[in-house]
Design a protein around this ligand. Structure first.
Ligand SMILES: *Cc1c(COP(=O)(O)O)cnc(C)c1O
Length: 398
């Protein structure tokens, strides 16, 4: 059996497939699900040594489990990080990755267009413990340095951003974090480790919602916190005692999902690029944004740090909120749902759904205009995806 470390020098696809937990005495080819809450010790000494942290091994599935370990070992090899921990959801990962490090009085610097619930953590949850934040403007990184205070502990970023698909220069962010001794934490959910590895640019922590492309079939909720050994030691302590553990069943699903990550993400990106190119000059839309279209404002940065342009396409429909609603109603095959990164293409209209409670001014601040449509491009045949979008553009204009 290949041990985890043997895969270190192998290629992405091979690491994703050939990183496996040890086989049991049954010699199974596929890893079984370790549906157990605890693990047995051979004797008193083994129990003592494990609890003391002197020997490796599982104790209790809130701390670790072979399925979650396999998922995390794989993900670490793919991201180029030293260690990690599986989490029950992407938000468990985001919260744990911040809360493991900040103390009362500390300050977090974050890019403005973070995921909705991350925004709630920063603005509603952490202030209850005296932890403040400042949002920096993605499009003006030269202003970030002035926002750093003596009590600033962490720089939290998301690139590409949701749903505006803005791109942050990770090399710049890595240098800024290093210069000021900040912990750089990057939510790499939209890109996945196949397209971008923030650790290469100096990110100390890389977070994921595994619910999205890592699983890729919209069937489980999960997350991960990855990073340097030093960082993950703190994360492990915090998580072991606060309990955001992933279920072994989800760990098993996600480890299997990673086997096809490269091939899936490649096709997602190929489909997304074709759709972006086809719609770019459509008369019903004001603009379209896709990181690998030359018209994207940060196209050069995207090309520098991403292998391909990703699975998300955003465009602004002419005719505002009303046309957006009509467009959704005219969609025939694609899914109207809140998820992304699924094999099935998903269409959302943030202004009338996820972000409808925000004022138009607040929406504008995060790049959500009234007619903004976000497409999570799936793995159906690209001409069928395109045909549904095009007929809905036509019908919504009538
Ligand atoms: C979905 C998402 C999350 C939250 O993940 P869950 O698995 O839904 O908890 C965090 N960040 C980004 C960028 C996401 O898309």
């Amino acid at each position: 059996m290949t041990s985890y470390s043997d895969n270190f020098e192998r290629n992405f696809e091979t690491k994703a497939i050939r990183t496996q937990a040890e086989r049991s005495q049954h010699g199974e080819h596929s890893v079984p699900i370790f549906a157990t809450s605890s693990f047995v010790f051979q004797d008193a000494e083994e129990a003592r040594a494990r609890f003391a942290g002197e020997t490796e091994g599982n104790i209790y599935s809130r701390f670790s489990n072979p399925n979650n370990d396999e998922f995390i070992q794989k993900l670490c090899l793919l991201e180029g990080t030293e260690d990690g921990m599986a989490m029950a959801s992407g938000m468990a990962a985001m919260f744990t990755s911040i809360a493991s490090f900040v103390n009362a009085g500390d300050h977090v610097l974050a890019s403005r267009s973070v995921f909705g619930s991350t925004h709630q953590i920063l603005t509603q949850v952490l202030p209850r413990w005296g932890i403040t934040h400042t949002y920096v403007d993605i499009n003006h990184p030269e202003t970030w340095e002035t926002a750093i205070r003596p009590e600033t502990k962490m720089l939290f970023l998301e690139t590409p951003s949701n749903p505006a698909l803005d791109i942050i220069d990770l090399e710049f962010a890595g240098q800024l974090a290093k210069k000021h001794g900040l912990i750089l934490n990057v939510d790499n959910c939209f890109a996945t480790p196949y397209l971008q590895n923030p650790a290469k640019y100096g990110a100390h922590i890389v977070t994921h919602s595994a619910t999205k492309l890592l699983d890729g079939q919209g069937r489980t909720v999960g997350g991960a916190v990855l990073g340097t050994s030093e960082m993950i030691e703190k994360v492990r302590f915090f998580a072991r005692h606060t309990g955001p553990a992933m279920s072994p069943f989800n760990g098993w699903i996600l480890s299997k999902s990673l086997e096809t990550l490269a091939i899936r993400v490649e096709r997602h990106c190929e489909n997304a690029l074709k759709i972006a190119q086809e719609l770019e000059n459509h008369s019903a839309i004001n603009w379209i944004k896709y990181p690998f279209l030359p018209s994207h404002p940060q196209h050069e940065i995207a090309k520098k740090q991403m292998r391909l342009g990703g699975s998300m396409v955003s465009f602004e429909l002419k005719g505002g909120v009303e046309r957006g609603r009509k467009f959704l109603d005219a969609i025939q095959m694609l899914s109207l749902t809140a998820n992304l990164g699924d094999s099935r293409t998903i269409v959302t209209h943030p202004a009338s759904t996820t972000h409808s409670k925000l004022s138009p001014e607040d929406r504008n601040e995060v790049g959500i205009t009234d007619g903004l449509i976000r497409i999570s491009v799936g793995l159906e045949h690209v001409s069928d995806i395109l045909a549904d979008i095009q007929q809905a553009l036509h019908v919504s204009g009538q």
